[in-house]
Write a protein that binds this ligand. Sequence first.
Ligand code: SF4
Ligand code: SF4
Length: 702
Amino acid sequence: MVGIFSPSLITDWLVPGRNLFLTIHVLGVACFTYIVAKRLVPLLRAERDLRFDQPLTRLGRVLKFWLGQWKHPRYKFAGTLHILIFTGFILLATRAFTVLIVGVSPNFVMPGLAGRTGHIYDIITDYAATVVFLCMVVAAVRRLVFKPARYAVPPKYGKSHTADAVFLLGLIAVLMVADSLFAASLAAGHAQQGESVEALAVLTLPWMLKMVIGAMPLATLRGINVGAYLVHAITFYFLLCYRPFGIQFHVETSLFSVYFAKLERGTLKPVRWGVSDEHLDQVKSFGVKKFEDFTWKHMLDFYSCADCGRCADNCPANAAGRPLAPRFLTIKARDYAFQHYPVLGRPKEGKPLIGSVYSEDEIWSCTTCGACEEECPLLIEYIDKIVDLRRGMIDDGNVPQSLQKPLKALESRGNPYGKMEKKKADWVKAAEFQQTCSVKILDHNQSAETLFFVDSITSYDDRMQSIARSTSRILTHIGENFGILGAAEKDSGHEVRRFGEELLFQSLRDHNTDAIKASGVQRIVTADPHAYNALKHDYKDLPPVEHISQVIAREVKAGNIEFAGVQNADNVYAYHDPCYLGRHNQVYDDPRDVLDSIPGLKRVEMKRSRDRSFCCGGGGLMLFYEPKEEQRMGVLRVRMAAEAGANVIVTACPFCMVNIEDAIKVAGLEGKMSAIDLTELVDQCIARESSTEKQETVMVGG
Ligand code: SF4
Ligand code: SF4
């Protein structure tokens, strides 16, 4: 038989075409099913993870982050490339299945794609195949010639992934060429046979290939047609079965990772899903010690990582040369899963993760800033995993030397400095402050509508007490009936929890919850984003909590705060977003609105700001931990401010203040750069009518 006809009708091979292609399909699908089933084994042995709530919200996120590729344009070039490839794949899916079925069922047409609709679909997919092919070429050139730094694999993390990436790009390119050649040879053959044939879309791969092969003899065209079909089918199934062995597995798993992704920011997973705090004493082992202690969702994350390096590219710990790059937390866990749960053979016993897969320093190096999670296009989670690994270490008594003292002090005194509880409210006793402001201590004799939750650093640190006093003066200025808990307030426990000391956190939380409820307040205000995040997300059943920047912004808008103007009009200010105010709680505009409403204040934005803000070095217990690093995160941040043309860094967090003021000294920028808290700046600039309300001059950084 000479001429072009369906590959299923080939009879001049050892086996008829239909049987051959049916065998390929059955083998391909069976192999893929077997491999995926084996990949699911560790997930079945993993810890529980309750992610089956809010299906509509989750579907909405799939539409936005998976189908809509929402985060990809954050990296413009690579993001555009990915969107084009992803869209091409979605469009080509139906065409690929149609082609496969034609191998066993001649004249098969996908329902809904007959006639004119089918022709329009063919034109669209001709362009899609061409665009995907070109993207493969561009991506390969990018990988091999331009070598973006974020794809590099430092030797301590293993071998380069370039060869694997380029091999996969090559396979997809082959698939596109085979598909296009099949269409081109079919069109050319039909034309030679004098059959009516729909025109191929101009300037597409099939169109160009038809130009090249169009004049070839019919027998040659038939060979090309069948050959292209065979290559397409084999490449398709090879790719399908090869993907679960590496980064391309995300093609299959990412939809599920995005669907089951964490919905609430600023929160932490419980020690064990389904086990209440009251029953934690029944949990034999806390946290993640061995691979199977991860939850199934966290294992799914390991499979879903596309190895794009965006998380590590934005990780301040990585930038400062600490032994942590979030991308490799995932890659190492995935390698572990592949080695210990092989496709062929039985699962193998593994060693504890710390010491074999991860180092202690790696896990303690994280500031929980959230930059990695903010950046990941597939919503892969890191903080919960890192905290779970820390819980495991703490459970084994594996606490870094430098953290032992502050943790003991938190246990005995309720603050990491080991200071007396009765000194907690000493900051209100400053003589000059008392002339301008009176702060109630909420005990049995005094009550208030608003609680100012001060937290440890702002209460005890001499420098940070200025933030407490400025906050109090601002609250007084707007007529707030407020007070503090004084000795009854313990550390919020925010960092204690994120360092893995769950039980200590719970005792601090329970104490504070009782004290807050007993005070009878209606709302809570704090100037510390860590306390804000703890009270908002880690505590339960409390009155509403606000950060002071939100209060100030609202009062400025309501006309209850007016500014006299900035004290030094030559200063250029840059606002540094604290991680637990910005990324974790999405408070970006309020502090900026406040700054922009101060007459004469010149403000610039740092390159890394808002949701890409660069952590100052971490708060809470991070101040006590001495990480191995090449340079301080704070120094990098101060340099970013200098590059932006600022000479004053405004922040809204006492921990940022400690890190940034230290960094200014380390960077040798004393006298050229200063730092000030938003409350201090507002306190300086408020237009006060009454002389009794005039503040003590706070000239910090101004
Ligand atoms: S939370 Fe921050 S420090 Fe921790 S891994 Fe992510 S980006 Fe790095
Ligand atoms: S975790 Fe996300 S951002 Fe990081 S490499 Fe994987 S896919 Fe990229």
